[in-house]
Design a binder for this molecule. Structure first.
Ligand code: GLA
Length: 691
């Protein structure tokens, strides 16, 4: 809902529980008025006439109060927009007017030949505000050093706490909370992809808990380098500025008639605590970001941990037969099926099946897999090339490189320059051809190294490569999805190195982490769930002891219940599993299919965080609820505490579908559900249905 004042200079966007208000002064300053609980237009107008603070000359009254601080003029805060032309640097805009259409508000400003439009969108069923900016250049070339998507302003409060998700390979999305102090906290990626180091999300609160309190959150939809700066200004005002690009060394050059649209930076206010914030983010992504989120994701098998590079058609058939017998619905052949890819030293770039390994191409295996009643998927890493490949031998200039410098290799590979049109066309032809060559239903799209030598010798403004790579990736994914609407895509980057609202708009699920240890995963999943829903969070059951990470041994039960918190997959070497293990796995897969709608589409309540001995999550969908609980280690023979459930009706009764026991809602909410976990690494699933 959008309310506009009579003079057309104050706007209030409202969602079910919150409002967002801005105002243009008669000096054409765009001021932030309100973000928080719902207010009306009269409240916003009262805020608009409150005088700005009267500072001594060493502070600016605009700092901490503007919606989109530009470089130049009476400002010392971090500019969201920094541009220069041959003659001028910075921006001095005049307000041109506004447009409002379908819940989207556009505020139009102009500085000479450069039009700057701020976009706001709040859709009816969500409190998420989407913000982005477009620049349209009608004059001589403008260099855009920095164009953030938005600056978010928080209300005056005494102290703020910052939540973020940090990590590295094998240890992504771990939640960290710290007190915000004066100055700036900057997170981001200067690696060309979203990065394992931080998810592009922050949350700020003063005294929230899991169940209650005000929480502000911001999440960026961009899969390249990015930066979010959280600043506590001298007067304790907090602003959060974020967008594409890590630094201010130049984003792109806008020629005459050219435009740039920033990625979306989404913001959410809730007073439902951390849990309420997560549920609102999940609902928003399921409704407006993730394609086809109302369809549940199938249980998949992935061959990577089972076989790594040593693959053959016969061996994949054997795995597929065992997977099908277990109830798996989608069989994915990982790395090693193409070119001369028998190790990570060769073959990336040559997207044709290895004739020694797949003499008839992928079709016979795909058909066999379909014959077993499963969908068929493959792994690709299209943005990369091994120097030992036909592609690189033919086009050594198609990679990112700096002339006269060494080409830095990670995992024996270089990054293709996707900003080049010829590279874009090559990838389109290869991938379109591949998807047409065999009945392929699923593509795991990987990205296994960061940018280092992001140069483009023939281009007058090589800096644009950073942004153009991501745009080309998005365009390629969009084109492939349109041409092959039945194919689903998974975003992977050495595990969770490319997870953000941008890639989630064009992929069906993400590979959360290469760490498949079921205990480590609980913390990774806990962090992931702060922002993204279970519907996209792929999790595999692999072999025990965990060969990839830490040799930790765990029961099949613990591994399954850990992976059942997201989109269940299996990734172990099934040819080595005993008949008993295979039979047990079949039962778990069957159970997962029963709880899947509740896990993938339900509301998540984090009952106990993974740091303690006992952790648990609960999903609620309609009359059904599912509790997954994990015990790391029982101490002193103490019984584990009862789990106080959430999201139930206190006046209703709930039946445990396994035991038939009936529980009263009020008892479950106030006194809890007893789960009889024992010993080390124990786990359970409880299904409840309202009677
Ligand atoms: C990355 C992925 C793995 C696997 C390998 C294949 O590391 O995260 O899941 O696909 O590449 O080389």
């Amino acid at each position: 809902m959008l309310d506009i004042s009579e003079d057309g200079r104050t706007w209030v966007l409202s969602g079910p529980a919150s409002s967002y208000a801005v105002h243009v002064t008669d000096r054409d300053e765009l001021l932030h008025l309100h973000w928080g609980a719902r207010i009306g237009l009269a409240d916003a107008e009262a805020l608009a006439v409150r005088p700005l603070p009267d500072y001594w000359p060493f502070e600016s009254p605009l700092d901490g109060r503007e919606e989109y601080p530009v470089e130049g003029g009476p400002r010392f805060a971090r500019p969201a927009l920094s541009v220069r032309t041959g003659e001028r640097r910075g921006t001095e805009w005049t307000y041109e007017g506004h447009d409002a259409e379908d819940g989207e508000l556009r505020l139009r400003f102009r500085d000479g030949d450069l039009a700057v439009t701020l976009h706001y969108r709040m859709r009816s069923s969500t409190d998420v505000v989407e913000r982005w900016v477009t620049l349209d250049n009608h004059g001589p070339a403008v260099e855009v050093l920095r164009a953030d998507s938005a600056t978010w302003t928080l209300p005056d409060r005494d102290t703020w706490r910052l939540s973020q998700l940090h990590g590295r390979w094998g240890a992504e999305s771990r939640l960290e909370r710290s007190a915000l102090t004066h100055g700036e906290k900057v997170i981001g990626s200067r690696r060309g992809h979203t990065g394992h180091q931080h998810l592009p999300w922050v949350a700020l609160d003063t005294d929230a808990t899991e169940e209650r309190g005000e929480v502000y959150g911001c999440a960026l939809g961009w899969s390249g380098s990015w930066r979010i700066a959280v600043a506590q200004l001298p007067d304790a005002r907090v602003q959060i500025t974020g967008g594409a690009g890590y630094d201010d060394s130049g984003l792109l050059m806008l020629g005459t008639g050219e435009s740039y649209t920033t990625p979306v930076f989404a913001g959410l206010w809730t007073d439902g605590g951390y849990g309420g914030a997560s549920r609102a983010w999940h609902a928003y992504q399921r409704a407006y970001v993730i394609p086809g989120a109302d369809q549940d994701r199938p249980v998949l098998f992935n061959s990577w941990e089972a076989t790594e590079f040593d693959i053959s058609e016969e061996q994949q058939r054997a795995l597929a037969e065992r997977a099908a017998a277990m109830g798996v619905e989608l069989f994915v052949v990982d790395d090693g099926w193409f070119g001369t890819r028998t190790s990570d030293r060769a073959g990336l770039g040559d997207w044709t099946p290895n004739p020694d390994r797949f003499p008839g191409g992928l079709k016979p295996l795909a058909e066999h897999v379909h014959g077993l009643g499963m969908q068929f998927g493959i792994w690709v890493e299209p943005e990369m090339v091994n120097p030992d490949s036909d592609l690189y031998r033919a086009h050594p200039d198609w990679v990112q490189y700096q002339p006269g410098r060494k080409r830095t290799e990670f995992r024996n590979q270089l990054v293709l320059n996707l900003a080049r049109v010829d590279v874009q066309e090559y990838l389109w032809e290869q991938l379109d051809g591949l998807l047409s060559s065999a009945p392929i239903d699923y593509v795991k799209w990987d990205f296994n190294r960061c940018f280092t030598d992001a140069g483009w010798p023939d281009d007058p403004y090589p800096q644009r490569l950073w942004v153009d790579h991501v745009r080309a990736l998005y365009a390629l994914l969009d084109r492939l999805r349109a041409a092959h609407p039945g194919v689903a895509f998974e975003s992977c980057s050495g595990g969770g190195g490319r997870i953000d609202l941008g890639v989630l708009g064009r992929t069906d699920q993400v590979w959360t982490s290469d760490n498949t240890d079921p205990l480590d995963r609980l913390a990774i999943q806990h962090g992931f769930s702060q922002i993204h829903p279970a519907r996209v969070m792929a999790a595999w059951v692999t072999d025990s002891p965990n060969a990839m990470l830490n040799q930790r041994a765990s029961s099949l039960r613990f591994r399954f219940v850990s992976a059942m918190a997201g989109v269940l997959g299996v990734g172990g070497d099934l040819t080595k599993w005993t008949e008993r293990e295979l039979a047990e796995a079949r039962d778990w897969v069957e159970l997962y299919k029963e709880i899947r709608p509740v896990v993938q589409r339900g509301e998540l309540h984090r009952l106990r965080p993974p740091e303690g001995g006992l952790s648990a999550v609960q999903y609620v969908l309609g009359d059904e609820s599912v509790v997954l609980a994990w015990l790391q280690a029982q101490r002193y023979g103490e019984p584990v505490p009862a789990l106080r459930l959430r999201g139930l009706d206190p006046s209703a009764s709930y039946e445990c579908l396994k035991t038939g026991e009936v529980h009263r809602g009020a008892v479950l909410l106030h006194h809890g559900l007893r789960v009889g976990l024992r010993g080390d690494l124990d786990a359970t699933v409880v299904r409840l249905k309202r009677k």
